[in-house]
Design a protein around this ligand. Structure first.
Ligand code: IPD
Length: 313
């Protein structure tokens, strides 16, 4: 397929923003039904186990994905759709990212948080062409935080505040990260690992790197903290915002990261597909197809590189 012009991309972005808002409202309404409310009958929503006891799907994941998929196929029938729940229901490997214009959607990222009503859950809609994430829309309705980006137009919080919000002139490259960074990582869903296993070692090496870099920087400090939010998508949104300095996960799928990677890149951050800490920053995402299970993201050092952004209403 031919390249997509900026004008076409702008139209797709406007559509994606409205879609994200509508899908986020569905999440919020569904979450409210699960809250204890005196005098009201509470709707108990079942969740179903997928691969294991922490890999869960609710009716809401499925309803929101069906809604997003049908809106996209009405408006862009020739575009490919990759969604977490459609994939779980048995789509083949071919179903994942290639060069076609592709929508990559997680209808509810942070399903465990949603089940426990911990507010770190969101809808995540990415648009990818020729394997490049070009548009990202992430809406966390409980937090009322709406992140969006369109290649060439900037990255935004709630459509008015340009990302990054947190200004810091020094990018936190792990080897010379300033003290006072906040690191984030996720446990993912794989529980097959044992204490000496790969996942444990990776998490440990990442946490050790976080603990050590402050000392190595010669400023006598330590990192400010390590966070595990339970939503890879929101981790990336907070990297774009500048709140988190470095994020790493070994085990995500395309739909966990597509929108977040688009937003981080447009905000001027970096994303690589690498293990911490040895080989990070060797392979910028622009040269790598989404499809890796490993991602390391680093917050923007300064203002967004896109000077000619627009603010949608
Ligand atoms: C999961 C969350 C979690 C991450 C997993 C994801 P889901 O997505 O983002 O934080 O560690 O890798 O699969 O199942 O809640 O959509």
């Amino acid at each position: 397929m031919a390249d997509i012009s900026q004008e076409e991309l702008d139209d797709i972005y406007t559509f994606a923003v409205q879609l994200g808002k509508d899908a986020g409202k569905m999440l919020l309404e569904a979450a409210k039904l699960r809250m204890v409310d005196d005098g009201e009958e509470q709707k108990e929503q079942q969740h179903v186990q997928k691969e294991n006891a922490v890999d869960l799907v609710t009716e809401t994941d499925e309803n929101v994905e069906a809604f997003i998929k049908s809106r996209i196929s009405e408006r862009y029938p020739s575009h490919k759709f990759v969604g977490e729940e459609s994939y779980s229901k048995g789509a083949s490997r071919d179903y994942l990212i290639d060069d076609s214009p592709t929508w990559c959607v997680d209808p509810l990222d942070g399903t465990v948080n949603y089940i426990h009503l911990f507010p770190m859950f969101c809808v995540s809609i990415g648009f990818i062409h020729k394997s490049k994430p070009l548009i990202g829309v992430i809406f966390a309705p409980f937090l009322n935080q709406f992140f969006s980006s369109c290649s060439g137009r900037g990255a935004w919080l709630n459509e008015t505040q340009r990302l990054p919000l947190v200004r810091n002139p020094v990018p936190p490259m792990p080897a010379r990260a300033p003290s006072g960074c906040v690191f984030s990582c996720e446990w993912g869903k794989d529980r097959k690992d044992h204490p000496d296993g790969n996942m444990h070692r990776k998490i440990e090496s990442f946490v050790n790197m976080a603990a050590e870099v402050g000392g190595r920087s010669g400023r006598g400090g330590m990192v400010h903290g390590v966070r595990c939010l339970g939503s890879a998508t929101l981790d990336l949104a907070y990297i774009a915002m500048g709140s988190f300095d470095i994020w790493w996960e070994g085990g995500c799928w395309e739909w966990d990261v597509a929108a977040g990677v688009a937003i981080v890149l447009e905000a001027g951050g970096l994303v690589t597909t690498a293990n911490p800490p040895e080989d990070h920053l060797n392979a910028p995402i622009e040269e790598v197809r989404l499809g890796s299970r490993l991602y390391l993201a680093i917050r923007p050092a300064g203002p967004s590189p896109t000077e000619t952004g627009r603010q949608t209403q």
